[in-house]
Design a protein around this ligand. Structure first.
Ligand code: FAD
Ligand code: SF4
Length: 502
C-alpha cells in the first residue's frame, strides 16, 4: 500500500528518518507550501523566500534521486492552506491511507500532527543528543548548566578529546574569546549566491503574497541547496574560522558578519549536518590551520548550546513559552520594527535585521535582548519578534534562547544570571557609541545612555531576586550604597525614558 511521506520545510535532509523508513519505489513524498506555516507568525520576507526556495530545490534533488515527489505550491488554487488539509488531499490523490513523517521542530505542530489519523511520527535524529535522553539527564540534576551537558557531548562525540581529557587541557576557551573587533579591514564576508530561476520565481511570489511582512526581500543571496550551504561553510572554514574565537563577541557598524559562519539557517533547514561540520572544524585545528580557541568556540556553540537549547525546549514543554519570572509586561517598542530610535546600537541591529534577516549572537543577546530585559519588555512579545525576524528562527532553538538565555524569564533554568549590561559593555565591544546621540559615559541626565539608566533601574526593580544570585549580588550592593538622592535621580531619569517608549 502506498504511503504519504510528509517532508516539512526544515527537514531538507536526504537521510531524514521518514525518508529512510520509506520505500522509494512505492511511497509518495509530499511537500507543501501552506498559508498556516507562512503566516502563523509574520515571518521576515527573506526567511519565507529562503525556506520555500530551499524546499523547491530539495524536491528537485529528491526527484533526481528517484523519489516520486508531489509538491504543492502556495499559489496552487486547490491548496487548502494547512498541512493537515494537504496531507488529506494527497492521501486521496494517491490512494494512500498511511502517513510517515519525522517529528516537527515545535510544540504547535507536534500537538497537531499527533492527532492525525494513521500517522507514524519518527524521531528527528539529526542531532547529537536525543530529546528523551536529554530529559532523563536534566531530571537527575539539581543545577542544570550547559557546560556540564557540553562536556558530556564532547565525550560522546570524541570531538577535541585526547583520550579522556579535553584537547589543550581545558574544556572551554571562552576567556580568550572576548576581544573587541580590530576594524573592518581584512574581515571576511559570507559567500553570496546569485538567485537561479527557481529562486527568482519564489522571490516574485513572496513579493506578491507578503507585501506587508517585515524585512527586505532583496538583495537575496542565501544558498538554497545543500551544495551551496556546504560551499558557504567551507568558505567560513577557510576565511572566518581562524579568528572566529577571538572576535566572537565583537560588533562593528560597518561589518555585519565579522568572523561568524552565517550558517545557522542552513543548519536549521537541514542543509548541513552539525556533526560533520564540527568534524571539519576539528580537522582544521589538528592540521594547525586554526587556533584551538576558535575550533573549541565553534564546536561548543554547535554541540553545546544548539543541542542544549533544543533539549530544554522539549523537556520544559509548551508552557515554557509563557514563562515570565520577572513579571515583565511592557509592550514591544515600535522601533523593534522601524529601527527609528536615537540609540545607535539598537538602530544598527534592527536595520541589519530588516535588511539581512541576520544578526549575530552578541547583537541579539547584548543589544536587542539586553535592552528588552532592562526595559521590562514582555518576553512572549519579544519571542514572537525573534521568531519572525531571523532567517534561522525555528521555535525549538529561538524560544529557549529568548525566554531562557536572553530574558531570564525562566528564572535561571537556562542561564546562571540575567544577561544585562550597561552601555560600557556595548562601548567596549563595538564602535556603535561613537555615532550615537546619547553619551555612553553619562550616567544621569537627558544625554545619558539609556542602557546606563535602565541598568540600575533593573537592578533596583529586581534587587530581591538578584541578591541571592552570586553573580549579581555585588551589583545589588553597589546600588544600595548609592545615596538616596542618587537613587532617586537614576530612578527618575530611567522612568522618563521608559515613559517615552509609550
Ligand atoms: P556562529 O556565531 O557562527 O555560530 C556557529 C553556530 O553555532 C550557529 O550557526 C548556530 O547553529 C550555533 N549556535 C551558536 N550559538 C547558539 C545558541 N545560543 N543557540 C543555538 N545555536 C547556537 N539561533 C538559531 O539558530 N535560531 C534562532 O532563532 C536563534 N534565536 C536567538 C535568539 C536570541 C535572543 C539569542 C540570544 C540567540 C539566538 N540564536 C538563534 C543563537 C545565535 O544567535 C545564532 O545561532 C547565531 O547568531 C547564528 O549565526 P551564525 O550562524 O553566524 O553563528
Ligand atoms: Fe547604544 Fe548607549 Fe552606545 Fe548609544 S551610547 S550606542 S544607546 S550603548
Amino acid at each position: 500500500m502506498k504511503r504519504i511521506v510528509l517532508v516539512l520545510g526544515d527537514q531538507l535532509t536526504p537521510t531524514l528518518s521518514s525518508l529512510r523508513a520509506a520505500d522509494r519505489s512505492n511511497d509518495v513524498v509530499l511537500m507543501a507550501e501552506v498559508a498556516t506555516e507562512t503566516t502563523y507568525i509574520r515571518h521576515h520576507r527573506k526567511k519565507i523566500a529562503l525556506v520555500l526556495a530551499a524546499m523547491r530545490h530539495f524536491a528537485a534533488e529528491l526527484r533526481e534521486a528517484g523519489w516520486h515527489v508531489d509538491y504543492v505550491t502556495l499559489r496552487d488554487p486547490a491548496n487548502s492552506g494547512s498541512l493537515c488539509g494537504e496531507v488529506r488531499r494527497a492521501c486521496a490523490r494517491h490512494g494512500a491511507v498511511h502517513v510517515l513523517a519525522t517529528e516537527p521542530g515545535e510544540w504547535r505542530l507536534m500537538r497537531d500532527m499527533a492527532q492525525w489519523p494513521s500517522t507514524t511520527l519518527l524521531p528527528d535524529d539529526r542531532f547529537v543528543a536525543d530529546r528523551h535522553g536529554f530529559a532523563t539527564w536534566a531530571e537527575k540534576r539539581t543545577g542544570m548548566r550547559m557546560e556540564h551537558f557540553y562536556r558530556l557531548m564532547r565525550r560522546k562525540t570524541g570531538l577535541l578529546m585526547e583520550g579522556n581529557q579535553p584537547a589543550g587541557g581545558r574544556w572551554n576557551f571562552d576567556h580568550d574569546n572576548r576581544n573587541p573587533a580590530p576594524g573592518p579591514l581584512g574581515l571576511p564576508q559570507p559567500l553570496r549566491f546569485e538567485p537561479d530561476a527557481i529562486t527568482r520565481e519564489v522571490l516574485e511570489m513572496v513579493a506578491a503574497c507578503f507585501p506587508d511582512h517585515f524585512g527586505d526581500l532583496t538583495p537575496f543571496w542565501f544558498a538554497v541547496t545543500r551544495a551551496g550551504a556546504e560551499a558557504a561553510f567551507v568558505h567560513f572554514l577557510r576565511h572566518g574560522l581562524h579568528d572566529f574565537g577571538c572576535y566572537q563577541d565583537a560588533m562593528l557598524s560597518g561589518h555585519r558578519f565579522l568572523c561568524h559562519s552565517v550558517v545557522s539557517a542552513y543548519l536549521n533547514l537541514g542543509l548541513l549536518d552539525p556533526l560533520a561540520m564540527c568534524c571539519a572544524v576539528e580537522i582544521e585545528w589538528r592540521a594547525g590551520r586554526v587556533p584551538l580557541n576558535s575550533a573549541e568556540g565553534f564546536i561548543r556553540q554547535v554541540i553545546g548550546w544548539r543541542e542544549f537549547v533544543r533539549g530544554v525546549y522539549w523537556w520544559r514543554g509548551p508552557d515554557y513559552a509563557h514563562s515570565n519570572e520577572l513579571d515583565a509586561h511592557r509592550p514591544l517598542p515600535a522601533f523593534y520594527w522601524s529601527a527609528d530610535t536615537p540609540m545607535h546600537c539598537v538602530r544598527a541591529c534592527v536595520t541589519q535585521t530588516r535588511e539581512e534577516a541576520y544578526a549575530h549572537h552578541i547583537q541579539r543577546l547584548m543589544v536587542t535582548g539586553n535592552f528588552a530585559l532592562l526595559a521590562g519588555i514582555n518576553p512572549h512579545a519579544l519571542h514572537e519578534w525573534y521568531l519572525a525576524v531571523y532567517a534561522d528562527a525555528f521555535e525549538w532553538v529561538e524560544l529557549p534562547n529568548t525566554i531562557g538565555m536572553s530574558q531570564f524569564a525562566d528564572g535561571g533554568l537556562l542561564a546562571s544570571k540575567p544577561y544585562v549590561a550597561s552601555g560600557a559593555y556595548i562601548h567596549r565591544m563595538s564602535d556603535y557609541c561613537a555615532a550615537c546621540s546619547y553619551d555612553v559615559k553619562a550616567k544621569e541626565g537627558p544625554k545619558a545612555c539609556p542602557f546606563n539608566l535602565l541598568y540600575w533601574h533593573f537592578i533596583a526593580r529586581h534587587a530581591g531576586l538578584l541578591r541571592g544570585n552570586p553573580r549579581m549580588a555585588q551589583m545589588v550592593r553597589t546600588w544600595e550604597r548609592f545615596t538616596p538622592e542618587k537613587q532617586a535621580r537614576l530612578t527618575r531619569d530611567a522612568g522618563h525614558f521608559l515613559a517615552s517608549l509609550g
